[in-house]
Design a protein around this ligand. Structure first.
Ligand SMILES: [Zn+2]
Ligand SMILES: [Zn+2]
Length: 334
């Protein structure tokens, strides 16, 4: 049954403004969309980049949020695979054209006409949202909705970054031990990788958190790990970590930048890149990443650390993330 009433949402109106609690109409699903009653929406660093205007082209007004878990409450005429009552997850990649050179080459994450949940499409900081069902995922049963929400981006982007680090990366460095790294560390350790976690210098609590989740060595980002790393993933949006990570990986090693935005990268000597070290970024996700990652998450016993906030507390959750005051992920529940 289509709910045609109104709902509460946290709405972004543009640069420099806090999100506003508003009552807006419940959106109606088009043919390919499902209407979802939101049960949980995790808060991602990308949301912070949107409200802080590091990302400059949001739709306005915008309902942020792209790590959404909820129940299907209505389906559009062409929806296949989901029915009313199903639990469903909505990720960052909300739409692709299916026709551009990237879509045709299996790189839909780079689609020229892509739509992004909580950026160019309204997201999950609300009681309801609509999403194109072709880009949604079923949620593994072992996770409740609050635990599952961070899997939709922190988990998924972490997984894509991990894939780009290479199948043979035994010694894996993680720079910035937040929502993404805390999930990836467990997955990678579960697969026999050895994890070296780098935090802000002096963040002994963050380092203890990383050790509890399987890191075999922890230190500040200025420290040198005890072995040369096969690969490193940088989740912190700090450009100065790029030369630091290049210095920590062995010849032929890979440094992956997992974030959508980073401060400028300082100049560094060519010798840090020389000997076939690779530096690359990761953009968005493909549906294949999502399917693979959810299948792994269904098997691996991931402990997802969350701190719950009410929907109305979205600004406070963003502040906590900005201040680095969270272990794991902030999750809003309407
Ligand atoms: Zn495309
Ligand atoms: Zn995200």
């Amino acid at each position: 049954m289509v709910n045609t009433g109104s709902m509460r949402a946290m709405v972004f109106h543009g640069a420099g403004r806090r999100l506003a609690l508003e009552t807006v109409p419940v959106p109606a699903p088009s043919d390919d969309q499902v209407l979802i009653k939101v049960e949980a929406c995790a808060v991602c660093r990308t949301d912070l980049h949107v409200v802080d205007s590091d990302l400059t082209e949001p739709k306005l007004p915008l309902i942020p949020g792209h790590e959404v878990v909820g129940r299907v409450s209505a389906v559009g005429g062409k929806v296949a695979g989901f029915s009313e009552g199903d639990r469903i997850g909505v990720p960052w990649l909300g739409y692709t054209c299916g026709e551009c050179r990237y879509c045709r080459a299996g790189q839909e994450n780079l689609c020229e006409r892509a739509g992004f949940t909580g950026y160019t499409l309204d997201g999950g900081y609300a009681e309801y949202m609509v999403a194109d069902s072709r880009f949604c995922f079923p949620i593994p049963e072992r996770y409740d909705s609050v635990e599952a929400a961070p899997l939709l981006c922190a988990g998924l982007i972490g997984y894509r970054s991990y894939r780009m680090a290479g199948e043979h990366a035994e010694h894996l460095g993680l720079y910035g031990f937040g929502a993404a790294a805390h999930i990836l560390a467990q997955l990678a350790a579960h697969q026999g990788r050895r994890i070296y976690a780098f935090t802000r210098p002096g963040d002994t609590e963050g380092q203890a958190f990383a050790r509890r989740l399987g890191a075999e060595w922890t230190g500040g980002s200025e420290q040198t790990p005890p072995v040369s790393l096969d690969a490193a993933v940088i989740f912190a949006p700090v450009g100065a970590l790029v030369p630091a990570a290049l210095a920590a990986v062995r010849p032929g090693g890979v440094v992956v930048c997992g974030g959508i935005h980073m401060s400028d990268i300082p100049t560094f000597p060519y010798s840090l890149l020389w000997r076939e070290r690779v530096l690359r970024s990761v953009a968005n996700l493909t549906r294949r990443d999502g399917e693979e990652f959810m299948a792994l998450a269904a098997r691996a016993p991931l402990r997802v650390e969350t701190r719950r906030f009410d929907l109305e507390q979205a600004n406070e959750a963003l502040d906590a993330l900005r201040a680095g005051a969270l272990e794991g992920a902030a999750v809003l529940t309407p």
